[in-house]
Structures are given as C-alpha cells and as structure tokens.
Design a binder for this molecule. Sequence first.
Ligand code: AP5
Ligand code: ZN
Length: 217
Amino acid sequence: MRIILMGPPGVGKGTEAEYLSQHFQIPHISTGNMFRAMFDDPDNKIGQIAKAYIGRGELVPDDITNELVLERLSEADVEKGFLFDGYPRNINQAEALDQMLEQFDWRLDAVINIIAPDEMIVDRLAGRRVCKVCGKIYHVTNRKPKVEGVCDRDGGKLIQRTDDMEETVMRRLRIYNSQTAPVIGYYQHSDAFYAIDGTGTIKNTNNAVMKALGEDK
Ligand code: AP5
Ligand code: ZN
C-alpha cells in the first residue's frame, strides 16, 4: 500500500498515520518528524536549517525536503509500501514525488485528504502534547495520557511543540492555504483520491478512512 495523507496542520494526520501504518504494516514517513529528529544535533546542518524554518512556521526549502524523501525512499523497508504524512506540501514537491515514483516504477494507491475548519485546528494544536522520546501524540482533553505529562508507552516526558504557539499556528495555516491546499487539485481527479471529514472524534476519522479504503469489513 502506498498512501499520501494530506490536510491542514493539526487536523489529525499524525494521529491517523499511527493507525494506518500499524494496520498496513508500512513505514510512516513524516517529513516533519524527520526534521525534528535532527534538531538536537548542533552539527547536523540540515537539522539546524530546518529548525529555523519550522520555528517560524514556514516550509523548509524544497531542495532539502525532496532530497531527504528520495533518500528515505531508497531504504529497504519502503519496498512493502509507505505512508507519507506532510509530504508533498506544494506543487513543486508533488511534481518531484511523481518523478521519484516513476524512477522506482511505483504508483499511489490512495491520497487521503482530511479536512476540518480552522477554529477546530487551533484548539487541537493548542492542546497537543507529544512524547519527547517516541513522538506519540496526545491531547490535554481529547486524548489524555494515563498519567498527566507522561507517555503511556515509555514514560517519556510530554512536551509542547515550539510551532504550536498560537501566532505560529496562524502563520502555518496561512501557508497551508496558499501553498499546500493547491496540491489537493493536483490529486483530486485521480481514482485514488478520498476526501475525509476530520471534524468528528479520532475514532470517527479512523472509521471513515478505513471505509474509504475498503478495510472496514
Ligand atoms: P508537520 O510535522 O508535518 O506538521 P503539520 O503538517 O503542521 O501537522 P501537525 O503534525 O501539526 O498536525 P497533524 O495533522 O499531524 O495533527 P495531529 O495528529 O498531531 O510539519 C511541521 C513543520 O515542518 C512545517 O510547518 C514545516 O516547517 C516543516 N515541514 C514538514 N514537512 C515539510 C515539507 N514536506 N516541506 C517543507 N517543510 C516541511 O493532531 C493534532 C492534535 O489534535 C493532537 O493533540 C491530537 O491528539 C488531536 N486530535 C487529532 N485528531 C483528533 C480528532 N478527530 N478529534 C479531536 N482531537 C484530535
Ligand atoms: Zn513515548
């Protein structure tokens, strides 16, 4: 299965990706997570460049992002399929991905676009907490850990992402509308495109995605 998960920041892509990658046993490729994993190493040049862009809520330059994705697609585990979360994020990246798919002779099975209004997104991002160790995603009211501030999986500390500050969230939403939303038009006429309502609970969204993919039997 080769899947792209799209949608505005905070709509629930990462949350849904956790289920889908488990269900289909395919790697979850989040360019955001890949960049964040490089933040703590001061000698990692790409990590430090990405950190500056992400901190401002802006997209990391395409040449850096596309190169990172091409390297990731060259790893062995991707042969059984993959799930992109947060890539491609503009038309230039969508075209670059098309070239990569052609190079590997692969086609996409599903492009899933999750949608929810801005007010809901702002609330989801304000309450989001992530595990410093494993990256598992929580929410202070919608998806609470068993013990406040502590990851259920590994006891890691739950932190707030620096780009979840309200001002940065507004900038991310503006950039989403101007640069990422046009990517919907790039895919929406394909048979593999599915629009999913992301305004319900996490379970509702998951059920809608599974139904669209014919996996609800
Ligand atoms: P990235 O890490 O990709 O972030 P994003 O796209 O902004 O999306 P988020 O991770 O913020 O949200 P999500 O949709 O995954 O929501 P989540 O499941 O966590 O990118 C970050 C930055 O990296 C970018 O701004 C950019 O700078 C850079 N970057 C990354 N990729 C790039 C690229 N390709 N090119 C250039 N730059 C790139 O859910 C949010 C919260 O809501 C959670 O607390 C969750 O528990 C809760 N929640 C989820 N679903 C529901 C629900 N149905 N009901 C109630 N609560 C819910
Ligand atoms: Zn954890």
